[in-house]
Design a protein around this ligand. Sequence first.
Ligand SMILES: Nc1ncnc2c1ncn2[C@@H]1O[C@H](COP(=O)(O)OS(=O)(=O)O)[C@@H](OP(=O)(O)O)[C@H]1O
Length: 297
Amino acid sequence: MSLARGTRVLLFLSALLLVLILGVHIYTRVAPSVPLRLPEVVLFGVKKSGTEALKSMLSEHPQIVVSRLVNFYDKNFGKGVKWYVDNLPPARPDQVLIDRTPAYFTGGAIVPQRIYATKSDTLLIVVVRDPVDRFVSDYLHWEDRVSLNTSFHQFAFSYDPLSIRNTSGVTSRLDRSCYATHLRHWLDIFPSNQILIVDGDRLKVAPWVEMDRIQRFLGVKQIISKHHFELEPNRGFYCWRVSSPSPVCLGSKKGRTHPVLSQTELELLRRRFSLCNSQFRSQLTELTDPPTFQWHY
Ligand SMILES: Nc1ncnc2c1ncn2[C@@H]1O[C@H](COP(=O)(O)OS(=O)(=O)O)[C@@H](OP(=O)(O)O)[C@H]1O
């Protein structure tokens, strides 16, 4: 018995619809459910201030997950939010997800603008340390990579101060220690109660004090405290043991021995940063929980 053409078309379309419905059903059951999860927190710098130590300490907290370097908001923004989310570690709903990308700090106004446009309630954490020490640390990091056997003295003082561009990247490394210039971009966009400045020098000598501030800021349980830290006798840096079976210490690339600066060198560098520092100190008054630093210049 042959069916009318109209009935056959109807049957074909119904079968197609059934296959489609079944396909969608199977896909949603089988495919891993990856809810769009943007980080609630961005740890945005400053390079050589203790961001790795902080990342490692925070990762020991059961309610916190910290990403590897993703550089989404500066270098990879064009790849889209899906790429960003796909490149973040999984986090449970009860955990705080943190994007740690120290280069964001010096990425200009565009970085905080992008973060705000993507997720305006993002909390921001930035670690800073004595600007001269940070600059020296940046030099050691650079020298370690390029191995030009350039002494700190050559690096920092044998360039033409009038020339903005110089081959060894002195100015960009000096500029990174001028915190006020960069922080301005972030304060212009984000409410000040969404920003926490961590004292990188205290993070080194009394990490539990800064952990206390950070856990409060993030609204997680105060789990990491003084008894989780132990001093590594040879290097004089703290290690931590919270959820790991053995103490976590950073490798030899963190905590390098700094060159001793002459009084004149120290004075010159401090003078270089003094204006930035006074601007930075007045910016701190805008914050809810401003840090108190041990450097005064
Ligand atoms: N516990 C512990 N162990 C080792 N090092 C510690 C620690 N806490 C803070 N620091 C300081 O971290 C400095 C490196 O900063 P960063 O991790 O931000 O550097 S980087 O930008 O990610 O390369 C690094 O700088 P340098 O001392 O100049 O090497 C350290 O001073």
